[in-house]
Design a protein around this ligand. Sequence first.
Ligand code: AMP
Ligand code: GLY
Length: 441
Amino acid sequence: MRVLVIGSGGREHVLAWKLSTSKKVTEIYVAPGNPGTAELATNVPIEVTDLAGLIGFAKSKKIDLTLVGPEAPLVAGIVDAFSEEGLKIFGPVQKAARLEGSKVFAKNLMKKYRIPTADFQVFSQAEQAITYIKEQGTPLVIKAEGLAAGKGVIVAQSVPAACQAVRAFLIEQVFGKAGQRIIIEEYLPGEEVTVMAFVDGKTIIPLLPSQDHKAAYEGDRGPNTGGMGAYAPAPLLTKELREEIAAKILFPTVQALREEGIKYQGVLYCGLMISNGQARVLEYNVRFGDPEAQVVLPLLKTDIIEIIEAIRTEKLAEVPVEWLDQKALCVVLAAEGYPVKYQTGEIIRGIPEASARKGIRVFQAGTACPGKELLTAGGRVLTITALANDFNLAQANVYQAVRQISFKGVRYRKDIGWRIFKSGLNSVSKNKKESGLAWPR
Ligand code: AMP
Ligand code: GLY
């Protein structure tokens, strides 16, 4: 089977790796990919939103299946476009991708079908939004409606900060059309988790729960980023809570879409806030999370092609999705200044040494290799993932690997996993000597 992966981040690198472990896959292409994916696959220089270019390539190479990493092509309708050409592709159709493409659509759907989420109001006029903020007081959360690369959400602790966000979105239009409508939302305290699910339109199978670290700095402080590190399975989610999330959130979401005449097929990502043992939806994404994919996919035992084929034929209920009984923890290495302004073009050293550690794999994201040296080429540069018998071992091993890698201005959070250790939810493995576990092949 010839498979095309669309995207160029750490998520697409781990997808290419997972595909490389499938007996069914003979060739892997990644568009546009990065120097890391080039080690497992053939990179194709086509941008993720060049739908015509991607279709032309898929036809010319007789691609049997396409997997889409990022949201932009899904929201732009890549699944519809491929399907119209008779090409097999995995992911939600454009109408379903509105769950991520329009936060107003998502919030209205949750309200209509009573899916637990924060109370909210929609605004397109700054004056009305500001009057509302002054009435409500803070904290409040201000969100741009459309795609803003993870930067369209401001958690405002003061009225001036909330008003400033409103002005930036609605008057200065820093996100252009994506910010022409905003949501002002109740602030939810609690702990965030990510629950993704495989969905074939009627059956849902949740993946292992994970926790990302979205804030730029230690202690979950500073601006929001795309994600600075993650781990799975998140011990916070007990079996009961996982079942409740499936019954009250995942399944009702897919059912709500069906009632609206929309069949959801693909991966459904729910960003959840857990407070007092109750889960509420912060956001939906219509794809794998990044960096959540870099900790969840390594733990997936089942061949991903088997799962995708079952989703496409609406036979997901027949597939036993199995997981390794291990822990995965990853740290993102970012460029200095990320998520605001950052340098690129710095030489990266140490990946071979770090990768030689047992239990460690390095996934590339913002990298480029124009000559002999591997250079930084984006905000999030690398994700380093460790597999181990417990989170202490995984964390110790991952940070030793992190310290073997260097580039000018490298920045990473030094506390990935802190909630597990603070809450005492880490059960320590009896097998202490095994610092890292071999990766599946
Ligand atoms: P979103 O893209 O909607 O998930 O928002 C990005 C981040 O903002 C989330 O991961 C949370 O950390 C934070 N956030 C969003 N909505 C809320 C809320 N209602 N209450 C508290 N924090 C929130
Ligand atoms: N890590 C959050 C996301 O993928 O949107």
